[in-house]
Design a protein. Structure first.
Length: 94
């Protein structure tokens, strides 16, 4: 199977471009991000233009990502609120 250079849909900070490069080369995305920041200082900001170009041209990875599910987000938010309320009830006697 041939590898494709795509943006990461699971490990992204801004656009998933650097994480996509890391997935393509099989290395940790943190290493790519640190090298990118160092390159910005060494090459006086020109890697930012390269990043923007990659962010525009690289396709999104649709196979591995999970879309945002609004209903499950609200359910998890309400369930965490219920546990907070029950914890507050335990301390209300003091």
């Amino acid at each position: 199977m041939q590898k494709k250079l795509t943006k990461s849909s699971t490990n992204k900070i801004l656009t998933g471009t650097l994480a996509g490069l890391a997935e393509y080369f099989g290395i940790d995305p943190t290493i790519i991000r640190v090298v990118f920041v160092i390159a910005i200082f060494i090459f006086e900001g020109s890697p930012i233009l390269l990043y923007i170009l990659f962010a525009i041209l690289m396709p999104k990875n649709k196979a591995k990502g999970k879309d945002f599910d609004r209903d499950s987000f609200h359910q998890s938010k309400s369930s965490s609120k219920k546990t907070m309320d029950s914890e507050e009830d335990k301390w209300s006697d003091f």
